[in-house]
Design a protein around this ligand. Structure first.
Ligand SMILES: C[S@@+](CC[C@H](N)C(=O)[O-])C[C@H]1O[C@@H](n2cnc3c(N)ncnc32)[C@H](O)[C@@H]1O
Length: 280
């Protein structure tokens, strides 16, 4: 009969395997994996030892193998922290990135929590942007759109888990079915070119959330052209994009002719990350 392992022994062997793969965050990854599979918190893991039962050992080995196969930890744990909320994630939605917090901060800086504002989040994915804004702007009314049914299911579940009720979720292609006028339209659309080598490291995430035609610009340009229909005068379109796309996007928005005050903001790594513009 196969002998069960002990927690400290398993932990040491797992750390060695991840370290040998050259991973930077292997200590944190193992901590979170053990907590997820056994319920033993990170502080206790350092000194506590026990014989692992079959179910625990199976869960640990399976999850470790997924990690070694480069599945993102957020998908293994089924959750990701974003801004000040926790979101459920699975392979039907993009894992929310810290860079996107800049988009949230930008909206929050342009309004205040007592104002009644109408916001559309186009391509909501896990609901990260919509839910965070809904939490911090409790008088806002938010419309969240996605073209993916399973992503919308995760987003509405995340809204419920975070006690949010001021978002309505809809299936749709960008703003095509919207008739309202909004104070803010925000979007983190797909913006990676079809032949971008970075895609090789993103194979677990939905390609529909990542890739855009026209060298990564197709969806961004579509939003710039079409969102004018649903923006009030002086209201904002705010788009997240790739770090090398800012200049091209400013030029396109300028040529569109319906916007003023077009500017790009940089993220914490000093990369151009979001471009905002106001409707004339
Ligand atoms: C980069 S992900 C952003 C997800 C989320 N907003 C975030 O920031 O983590 C882009 C999202 O746009 C959605 N999407 C792609 N094409 C779309 C379209 N034509 N209309 C609406 N949503 C679309 C994808 O399904 C995906 O959820």
């Amino acid at each position: 009969m196969k002998q069960n392992d002990f927690l400290q022994n398993w932990r040491k062997k797992a750390l060695d395997k991840l370290k040998n793969q050259g991973r930077d965050e292997y200590l944190l990854e193992i901590q979170l994996l053990i907590e997820h599979c056994t319920g033993i918190n990170s502080a206790k893991q350092l000194w506590f030892d026990k014989e692992l039962n079959n179910a625990e050992l199976e869960r640990l080995n399976y999850s470790l193998q997924e990690l070694l196969n480069n599945k993102p930890l957020a998908y293994i744990l089924g959750e990701k922290d974003f801004y000040d909320i926790k979101l459920h994630v699975n392979q039907n939605c993009l894992i929310p990135r810290p860079e996107t917090e800049l988009l949230v901060d930008t909206v929050l800086a342009l309004t205040n929590k007592n104002k009644v504002v109408n916001i559309a989040d186009l391509g909501t994915g896990s609901g990260a942007i919509a839910i965070t804004l809904a939490k911090h702007l409790p008088h806002s009314q938010i419309t969240a759109i996605d073209i993916s049914v399973p992503a919308l299911e995760i987003a509405s579940r995340n809204a419920q888990l975070n006690g949010i009720s001021n978002i309505s979720f809809h299936l749709g292609n960008w703003n095509d079915n919207l008739s309202d006028e909004f104070d803010f339209i925000v979007s983190n659309p797909p913006y990676i070119a079809e032949d971008d080598p970075h895609l090789a490291n993103l194979s677990f995430e939905p390609q529909q959330a990542l890739i855009a035609k026209n060298n990564g610009f197709a969806d961004i340009f579509y939003l710039i052209d079409n969102c004018t229909l649903n923006l009030k005068k002086d209201s904002y379109l705010i788009i997240e994009h790739g770090y090398e796309q800012g200049q091209e996007i400013r030029k396109y928005a300028e040529n569109n002719g319906n916007y003023y005050n077009i500017k790009t903001l940089r993220d914490l790594a000093n990369n151009e990350r979001i471009t905002l513009m106001q409707k004339k």
